[in-house]
Design a protein around this ligand. Structure first.
Ligand code: BGC
Length: 924
């Protein structure tokens, strides 16, 4: 049928490409497209399948997961679409796949609604293997959908025996490996010949700390700050590049520049990275597998035949900056024919002790370029550029002048009263006179455009000194750098203040995700675990950061000490085990995998870390006295009131025990599940015995944090819930609707109030503009979130950012329904604030786009909802007023695909399958 119809229409399709006046042509083309679509829909049913992902990633190269999980999204026009079957084909070449021949795997038709995390079940995959795959689905009818467009993944090098090259670098005597100052960044090069046509060439590279690879004079790929920083004594990440198109028949050359990163931090600072056990001079391991069209193959690997020289980067330290002397550039050094006779042979090095793992994650990239909004000259020759936005990244310089002129770019987020740059707050922990400084010495050849490669800064202002002449706006641009997430969510509403808070939160999130979650991009750049766990919901909801968290958790998991203790920051050179940060920080190890399970249905992450969970929680069980944990920083950066740390620490201990118990249950370890559940019960009752006063309905000293913590962490016994939540609401009201919490409480407060019937109070806190509040930051000019309520410290911290999730979950009302995971069941339940007239959000879930948009006028309330195929949703239309509810103009009782569960004055509870629904409540 399909073939006949489409064949019939083919001549028309060709006809449409003939020469007609453009308007006619496009009209005819679109008719024909429509006709083709109708024909193919008739043949295949109204469902199509797309957005193929492998281990969360689009077409990943070089995975080290040998049974990767595949996911796809159904797109269906009809309501209530559920997948009833699927078929996956995986082939070793694109051609075979095109012919529908799955030589690696043909799943056959599998009757199942599973469309996420379908584990590859084909032939064992070997190192370097390429897999091309596609999927088709059934959705109720006997007809399969069309095949999806093809996608692919490739496997990296799996074992040390797959690596043929040697680690190479500067010929540094062993006792010099810990030099006080870094050496200039080495350039390594090698020429090689390609004699036959190449079918595929793949480069596997680990350059520690950072590398930049060039082939025949061009940078390979557009990744920056590669490989991501890892716990270098445990693992180092290698990166896979498809370089097929960069090779030439005949002479070729490969060149690699190495940077220090935290692999070789020489500058002393508060977190002792300079004393890290892994520290060594930069080194390189590279292997290029070249497969020829005739079936033969060859490898180019790093070894002693490579040549090494110093280059133009005379200094690079991640926390300090980078100094580049363009006079030392070696034009053409990564091209064939370059004369490297003056270069030394590269020294073969021992290599790191760590294992090599693939980087199964989105790369770090330059994501945006910002033009400055102003340039001022507060002192003669000192120019300050304002980018108008606090970012992570670096400045790009455009300059013309005499050779030898050195231009300095100092980066920071505050200005002194005289308009010059103020780095005091952010520079205090790095024992170096230079901080966030990049310098460029001109070669004196026309306009020179330069940007650093092996450092990044957190900044809004760039102070330029030594510039030849007067710079105009074009002298400096801001290069925004972070992990290249696919955006997974959006939120907007009629309240401008909230929109600004949201935008600031998004900037802070990405500014604190350059490879792994950090606290701030300038002062520390540290992987503070507490900051990460507090905003994991946000990371998944708006950035789909599943792969990035999974990758970082590899490092976190590797740091559980034999006695169970975790450090407060990961990666770490050993610092942070003996800190008092405590369970609110370390619990990231349990809370983040659990959130990956809830939001993305990730079972494997729980399996991977379960043993680590047990080991870690054991440390806390060991120090708990009568189940109370008296260890930890507690509610860090509080507004005013202090909450005893025993409250929040014990609550995290309890929360993690519950999660570990549920994890054990999921993994079929029933006895262990019972054991942890019992322990959690004991902690819960100890918590109530110790902190709860039934007469007053207060916990501990009755702070906002103490009360909201007990509610949010589900520690309050049912009969007391309402008293406790009323006390909390009252406490906030009498405080003039101002919050009085630190970073922990800031996550509990809005959620606890909203969940217990006090959304109106939460709303007033969220929209508050008096200090302390998020709104107050905005009034003070913030465009990122700050570290403390008064704004005295860092101005780009994400740890107060959970309000952004509250927008998505409580204002637009998109949440997962706890009866299932990964938004297989969705809950759409917006809350309506008096002075909000509309709100809308989208969430790209594993099943597709979820949308909630509401709008109100005096007599009408509209809620438009999109539910992705293969999921269902409970929609709660708030009873904004007494009215009639309709869907797409029909009375609700007769609306297609809508099941009325309950209707009352306060809300209308409906159940729907996939599709787009337009609910309207009209005043009676
Ligand atoms: C960091 C925080 C961190 C805290 C805990 C600070 O220096 O910037 O974000 O969570 O220390 O000790």
């Amino acid at each position: 049928m399909k073939h006949r119809l489409t064949a019939l229409l083919q001549p028309f399709a060709r006809f449409a490409t003939l020469q007609f006046p453009t308007t006619y042509r496009s009209r005819i083309q679109s008719w024909i497209c429509m006709a083709l679509l109708v024909a193919s829909t008739a043949a295949h049913g109204a469902v199509s399948v797309g957005k193929l992902r492998c281990e969360y990633l689009a077409n990943p190269e070089g995975l080290d997961v040998v049974r990767p999980r595949l996911s796809w999204i159904l797109d269906a026009s009809s309501r209530g679409t559920v997948q009833t079957g699927y078929q996956v084909l995986a082939a070793s070449t694109a051609e075979l796949l095109k012919q529908n021949r799955g030589d690696l795997w043909d799943s056959g038709k599998v009757e199942s609604d599973q469309s996420i995390h379908v584990e590859y079940g084909g032939k064992p995959l070997r190192a370097g293997q390429q897999c091309f795959w596609k999927v088709r689905v059934w959705a109720g009818s006997a007809k399969a959908s069309r095949w999806s467009d093809p996608a692919r993944w490739s496997i990296g090098l799996l074992n040390s025996s797959d690596w043929k090259g040697q680690w190479i670098g500067n010929p540094v005597p062993a006792n010099d490996l810990q030099l006080k100052a870094p050496l200039p960044a080495p350039l390594l090069r090698k020429s090689f010949d390609i004699k036959r046509p190449v079918r595929r060439a793949t480069a596997y590279i680990c350059g520690l700390g950072y590398y930049e690879m060039e082939l025949n004079g061009s940078k390979v790929g557009n990744r920056v700050l590669d490989p991501m920083i890892t716990q270098y004594d445990k693992r180092a990440a290698y990166v896979t590049h498809d370089v097929t198109r960069l090779l030439n028949r005949g002479k070729n050359a490969v060149g690699v520049t190495l940077g220090n990163s935290w692999y070789n931090a020489t500058v002393s600072e508060a977190w002792d990275f300079d004393k890290a056990p892994w520290r060594a001079q930069p080194q390189l391991l590279l292997q290029m597998n070249i497969e020829y069209a005739d079936g033969s193959s060859e490898q180019v690997v790093s070894d002693s035949t490579w040549k090494i020289s110093s280059g133009p980067i005379v200094f690079d330290q991640l926390r300090v900056g980078e100094f580049h002397d363009a006079r030392l550039e070696k034009p053409g050094w990564s091209k064939p024919g370059f004369d490297d006779s003056g270069w030394s042979p590269a020294a073969v090095r021992e290599g790191p002790k760590a294992i090599l793992t693939a980087a199964n994650v989105e790369p770090i990239r330059v994501m945006k370029t910002l033009e400055p909004v102003s340039v001022k000259e507060p002192k003669p020759g000192v120019f300050v550029f304002d980018l108008g936005q606090n970012i992570a990244g670096w400045p790009r310089l455009r300059v013309k002048g005499a050779a030898g002129t050195t231009v300095q770019m100092k980066c920071g987020e505050r200005l002194n009263p005289d308009g010059t740059l103020d780095q005091k707050d952010i520079a205090q922990h790095v024992r170096s006179t230079d901080f966030q400084l990049t310098t460029y010495t001109l070669k004196g050849q026309g306009t020179e455009v330069w940007e650093p490669r092996f450092t990044f800064h957190g900044f809004q202002y760039v102070q330029l000194e030594g510039f030849p002449g007067k710079p105009d706006f074009s002298a400096i641009e801001g290069r925004v750098v972070h992990t290249a997430f696919e955006r997974a969510g959006s939120f907007k509403c009629s309240n401008d203040l909230l929109n600004k808070i949201q935008t600031a939160a998004l900037w802070s999130y990405v500014g604190n995700f350059v490879g792994f979650p950090s606290d701030c991009p300038h002062r520390e750049k540290n992987g503070w675990t507490g900051d990460a766990q507090l905003i994991v919901q946000m990371g998944l909801e708006y950035f789909g950061a599943q792969a990035a968290y999974t990758e970082w958790l590899r490092d976190v998991g590797s740091m559980v000490r034999a006695d169970g203790k975790l450090p407060s920051i990961v990666p770490t050179g050993g610092w942070g085990y003996n800190r008092l940060d405590g369970p609110a920080w370390e619990s990231a190890f349990v809370l983040i995998p659990w959130e990956l399970y809830l939001q993305a249905g990730d079972h494997r992450i729980l399996e991977t870390h379960y043993d680590g969970f047990k080991q870690w929680i054991g440390w806390y069980s060991g120090i708990a006295t009568n189940h109370i944990v008296n260890y930890g920083l507690g509610d860090w950066c509080p507004a005013r009131s202090q909450t005893p740390r025993t409250v929040t620490s014990t609550a995290y201990y309890h929360q993690c025990l519950r999660i570990i118990s549920k994890t054990a249950d999921l993994l079929g370890k029933i006895d262990e599940a019972r054991h942890y559940a019992k322990l959690a019960d004991n902690v819960r009752s100890a918590f109530n015995t110790q902190f709860f006063n039934a007469e007053t309905g207060l916990y501990a000293n009755g702070t906002q944090t103490a009360l909201s913590c007990a509610l949010y962490q589900d520690l309050v016994d049912d009969p007391h819930r309402s008293a406790v939540s009323q006390n909390l609401a009252e406490q906030v009201r009498t405080n003039g609707h101002r919050l009085d919490v630190g970073i922990l409480g800031s996550k509990y407060l809005l959620r606890a109030l909203s969940d217990h019937g006090h959304f109106d109070v939460a709303w007033k806190v969220a929209t508050q503009t008096n200090s302390p509040s998020w709104g107050n930051w905005i009034m003070l000019g913030a465009n990122t979130l700050w570290e403390d309520w008064p704004g005295a410290m860092s101005r780009n911290h994400i740890m107060f950012g959970d309000i952004s999730s509250w927008f998505m979950e409580y204002l637009a009302g998109i949440r997962y329904d706890s009866r299932d995971v990964a938004y297989k069941r969705i809950l759409i339940q917006p809350n309506i604030a008096d002075d909000l007239t509309w709100a809308r959000a989208t969430r790209e879930s594993m099943y597709g786009t979820i949308r909630s948009e509401w709008k109100r006028s005096p007599d009408r309330f509209d809620l438009n909802v999109t539910v992705p195929a293969n999921t269902t949703a409970t929609v709660v239309v708030p009873g904004v007023f007494d009215g009639n509810l309709r869907e797409s103009g029909r009375r609700i009782s007769g609306a297609r695909g809508v099941k009325v569960i309950r209707q009352g004055l306060s809300e209308h509870v409906l159940e729907v399958g996939s599709g787009t629904y337009r609910f309207r409540l009209e005043r009676r």
